[in-house]
Structure formats: structure tokens, C-alpha cells
Design a protein around this ligand. Structure first.
Ligand SMILES: NC(=O)c1ccc[n+]([C@@H]2O[C@H](COP(=O)([O-])OP(=O)(O)OC[C@H]3O[C@@H](n4cnc5c(N)ncnc54)[C@H](OP(=O)(O)O)[C@@H]3O)[C@@H](O)[C@H]2O)c1
Length: 361
């Protein structure tokens, strides 16, 4: 059953979690490579933009460049049997058992950044750090340290990923007491980055900015409206607080320009819905390009797409009942199903089932 997390909170912040190596091995093929992903980018976002607008590049080359620049992208979340993430917007709801929760922290140890939407930041006050014991993977890359491997000696917590909150309108009131700030101050998590829309950066509350910057965090401006992406919104987008879109390729480009090579997106409902829909577009476009290549023709890829490298979903044996925050991406057309996964693997962890897969075209 879903239970409030609050009573165990203090202890949980300090305890190190253990994730068995045989489960880790089963997930390995869905994770960013240890030593590589794409090369670390040191250029600024504006440099990238200039480059992508080079008139010598055709649409296909630009699309390829965007894909190369995009960090490895993993979508991961825990859902009930009725595809819900929480009992209601703003109600923090524990779905994962101890084993799949440890998996989430293992996944965090293998990514440079972990991203959630403003709805999750406001609702959950998340810590977004890593409490798996032992060495780490992607998380240490941003500071230029070597890759220590995901399951090194358990001498302390693995390096945490960079917490990233997508908060275009700067509505998340960050405080010194916000968990992500406290953990950064204690050296148990990295300083957060908050992604805001260009037009809203001047509206960041002074107290929020001070709290974020006091631990070395930053507000990063994302330029790029998600024009024409309305059809990607789920029909209940209004319930999810939809007030305007940033373009996902621009969001990911902004992170890539800061040296982020892998991003784990943990929620919430609106963020996951949008990315699943964009990922389906990408997978379909790839499939049709492959088909066209067979007979020597190519078709232009139209609207924005996002390459999703893997999807890892924890399914808890509980129905939350009507009224919760769902994952249910928009269909491409009334009679066409939403995205599908391929190359799937199911791993039982405690009482939960973990599904890993890649987007099918
Ligand atoms: N079970 C799990 O694994 C899990 C994980 C995470 C969260 N959750 C739950 O999910 C719930 C929150 O989900 P949610 O759907 O309400 O919120 P959400 O997806 O966390 O955040 C949605 C907000 O993010 C911003 N956003 C999303 N896409 C954007 C885009 N393309 N461009 C610009 N801004 C964008 C918008 O902020 P503005 O409104 O300011 O425009 C939007 O309202 C909470 O109850 C939380 O507990 C569960």
C-alpha cells in the first residue's frame, strides 16, 4: 500500500542502500556506458546554436548533430497497477519497495544528472541524491574525476548526480530548508540547477536564488519555446499545471552545453508524458528513415523529436484508485496507439516488477 514517507525521512537521508550485483547486471545494457557516452562538451549553449545554424548543414545533418549533442536519456519512474505516480497532485506517495528504491539510487549513480519537473519539486521536496554505497558512474564526470565503476568498494555513498529541476516560471520556492539545498550543504548531494524560461529569469524570488546559490547551485536559462507541441500534451494537461512549454531539445542542449552526458528523468506525470510522446515521434522517424534508406530515399523529419535511450519503470502491486497523477502520453492520432517498448526485460525486485526497454518505432 502507498504509505507516507515522512516518519522515516531523517534515517533515510543517512542510510546507505545496497543493490545486488546480479540485478545491476540485468540492467547494464539499458544504462549509459561507463566510460563514454558522448564526449564532454565544454562549449556554451550559444556556440552550439551558432553551429547548428550553419547554412552548410542540411536538415538531416542538423538532426544528426542534435542527436549527437543530446545526452543519454533514461526515463524512470514508479507506478501503480493503474498507471499512477501518486495519489493526487502534491501528495507524496511511496510506491517502490526497498529493493526497487535501491535500484533507483543505483540508476542515479550511473547518470550525470537527474531531472524532475516543477510539479514534483513543489509536491515532494525531493533530495535527488544518491545513497548507494560504493563507487559511482556518471556522477563524478562533471568534476573531471575518473570513472570508478558502479560497484566499487562500499566506502561511502557513490557520487550523486546533478539535481536538475525544470521550473520555467520559477514557481518552486527554494528555501535553505529544501532537501536538495540541505543535502548539498552537508556534502551529501550536488548543488541543484534550476532551468527557467528566458522571460522568467528576472522573476526568480530573491530568497530562492539566495538559497540555490548559497550552496553553489545555479539558475540556467533555457531558450526555445516548444512551438507546435500542443498535441504532445495529455488531455489532462490542465490538471497537471500546464502553463507553457520549453522545447525539449533546447532543454537537453542546455544540459549538454554544461557537460552533462547522461540524464535520468524521474518525473512527474507531465514531464514523462511529454518525453514519451516525443520519444515515440523520434522512434517512428528513425524507423521510417531506415525504411527509406533501403530504397535509396530519405524523408525529412518534421517537428521536434527526442531520442530516449531507455525506459525503466517500477510497477508496484497496488491500485491507487481514481484521481491520481497518471502516466498516459498523448496518442499520435485517435486510432493510433501510444509508444511501445522493445527489447524488454522484466526483473522482479522484492514485490515490485521492474520493466526495462527501449522505444520501438
Ligand atoms: N512515482 C514516481 O516515480 C514519481 C516520480 C516523480 C514525481 N512523482 C509525482 O508526480 C507528481 C508531479 O507530477 P506533475 O505531472 O504534477 O508535475 P511534473 O511533471 O513534475 O512537473 C510539471 C511541470 O514541469 C514544468 N514542465 C514540464 N514540461 C515542461 C516543458 N516542456 N517546458 C517547460 N516546463 C515544463 C511545468 O511547470 P509550469 O507549471 O511552471 O509551467 C509543469 O507544470 C507528484 O505528485 C509527484 O509525487 C512520482
Amino acid at each position: 500500500m502507498a504509505q507516507p514517507q515522512q516518519p522515516q525521512q531523517a534515517r533515510q537521508e543517512d542510510d546507505l542502500l545496497v543493490f545486488p550485483s546480479d540485478w545491476a547486471d540485468k540492467l547494464e545494457e539499458y544504462l549509459p556506458p561507463h566510460s563514454s557516452c558522448s564526449p564532454v562538451r565544454t562549449g556554451s549553449a550559444s556556440n552550439q546554436q551558432d553551429h547548428s545554424q550553419d547554412s552548410s548543414n542540411g536538415p538531416q545533418q542538423q538532426q544528426q548533430q542534435q542527436q549527437q549533442q543530446q545526452p543519454f536519456l533514461t526515463l524512470t519512474y514508479a507506478q501503480s497497477l493503474d498507471s499512477q505516480l501518486s495519489l493526487a497532485p502534491g501528495v507524496r506517495t511511496t510506491l517502490s519497495g526497498a529493493e526497487s528504491k535501491a535500484m533507483t539510487h543505483f540508476l542515479r549513480s550511473r547518470h550525470d544528472a537527474i531531472l524532475v519537473g516543477a510539479g514534483t519539486a513543489v509536491a515532494d521536496d525531493p533530495g535527488l541524491n544518491c545513497r548507494i554505497g560504493g563507487g559511482g558512474g556518471g556522477g563524478d564526470v562533471l568534476e573531471g574525476k575518473g570513472d570508478k565503476g558502479a560497484r566499487g568498494p562500499a566506502l561511502g555513498a557513490a557520487p550523486s548526480p546533478r539535481p536538475v529541476v525544470l521550473d520555467p516560471h520559477a514557481r518552486w520556492q527554494v528555501r535553505d530548508s529544501s532537501k536538495v539545498v540541505r543535502l548539498a550543504r552537508q556534502g551529501k548531494g550536488r548543488p541543484p540547477w534550476i532551468l527557467v524560461a528566458k522571460g522568467c529569469v528576472d522573476g526568480v524570488a530573491a530568497e530562492s536564488r539566495r538559497a540555490v546559490e548559497s550552496v553553489g547551485g545555479r539558475y540556467l536559462v533555457v531558450e526555445g519555446e516548444g512551438e507546435g507541441d500542443e498535441e504532445l500534451r495529455a488531455t489532462d494537461a490542465a490538471d497537471k499545471g500546464s502553463r507553457g512549454n520549453l522545447c525539449w531539445p533546447a532543454i537537453l542542449c542546455t544540459l549538454a552545453a554544461e557537460g552533462v552526458r547522461s540524464v535520468m528523468v524521474e518525473g512527474g506525470g507531465r514531464v514523462i508524458d511529454e518525453l514519451l510522446a516525443l520519444g515515440q515521434r523520434h522512434a517512428n522517424a528513425q524507423a521510417s528513415t531506415d525504411d527509406d534508406d533501403d530504397d535509396g530515399h530519405t524523408r525529412a523529419v518534421g517537428t521536434a523529436t527526442v531520442r530516449i535511450d531507455s525506459v525503466i519503470v517500477t510497477i508496484a502491486p497496488v491500485w491507487l484508485g481514481t484521481g491520481g497523477v497518471t502516466v498516459s502520453p498523448a496518442r499520435p492520432a485517435a486510432t493510433t496507439a501510444g509508444p511501445r517498448l522493445k527489447e524488454v526485460r522484466w526483473v522482479q525486485m522484492g514485490e515490485d516488477m521492474v520493466l526495462a526497454g527501449r522505444m520501438a518505432g
